[in-house]
Design a protein. Structure first.
Length: 103
């Protein structure tokens, strides 16, 4: 199972601090907070994909991995990626709508 976001190098994505309850940490501005949230979402989806890949690999090599856990990890990775894709589409749609506004 290949990772659809495997092209992102780990060096390109810096470590993300956990979210504070109620929103992003105050780190200098709205664009920076959005960027941090976006990077965290990408990392989280990538982590789910890696977990699923590891579970499938352990299952196929005969290690102690239950089929239902493999299926759940794979489904979790798929659903998180689909949710991320839908959120990305909504952000792009909102940006395009804002660009159409006349000032």
């Amino acid at each position: 199972m290949s990772s659809p976001i495997a092209g992102i190098s780990p060096a390109a994505i810096r470590t993300i601090e956990p979210l504070v309850s109620g929103g992003a940490q105050a780190s200098g501005g709205g664009a920076s907070a959005f960027s941090d949230l976006f990077e965290q979402a990408v990392n989280r989806v990538n982590d789910y994909q890696r977990t699923a890949d590891g579970a499938v690999e352990r299952f196929l090599t005969g290690e102690d991995e239950d089929l239902h856990r493999v299926a759940m990890a794979t489904q979790q990775a798929e659903v998180s990626f689909e949710l991320f894709l839908q959120m990305k589409n909504k952000v792009i749609q909102a940006y395009q709508e804002m660009m159409r506004l006349q000032v």
